[in-house]
Design a protein around this ligand. Sequence first.
Ligand code: ZN
Length: 194
Amino acid sequence: MKKPRNEKETGKIVLPGELIGTSEEFIPKKGTFEDRGSIYAASTGYVRINAKERSIAVEPVTNIPPQLAVGDIVVGQVTDMKESVALVEIAGIKGRGERAIVNAAGAAIHVSNVKDAYVKDLSYEFAPFDIVKGRVLDLRNMRLSTVNKELGVMKAYCGNCRTVLKRENDKLKCPNCKRTETRKMSSDYGTGII
Ligand code: ZN
């Protein structure tokens, strides 16, 4: 069998069954298998080459979904409204694709973290089914903040007929039943940009 391309660098992602080396070059270690002098990846992962012991291994990545961190910008859906918090189910982290998140319990936006102004009634800022963009404030209580121009509601539905509301200056209007609603809107409302 032909010798593989001369890839000595670590960090390359390979798929199961991909040829990663030969037994003349390397001692096959974890995450690999050898067949007739060729070494293949046994799982999806990063190739790790130890030059000193001339060994090759594959470190799996499939079971390492992204972890949320303080400061991350996340997008999620409002699932419930309490008097002082909006409950949000986080769906994704900005810049890390649509992969499931390992530590995504329900998050909450407290009335004090909505905007840079006093919030009298949280139901004027969020409603169930809203898609919101927020920043992670802390992981223990999974609190989110929408205090910032680009943070807040990205998409909202009419409380009357469930049609997607259209932005009209500072308000949201239902193109179907003409109902007007308010939200703590993101400056990206309606753009779909996270
Ligand atoms: Zn409507």
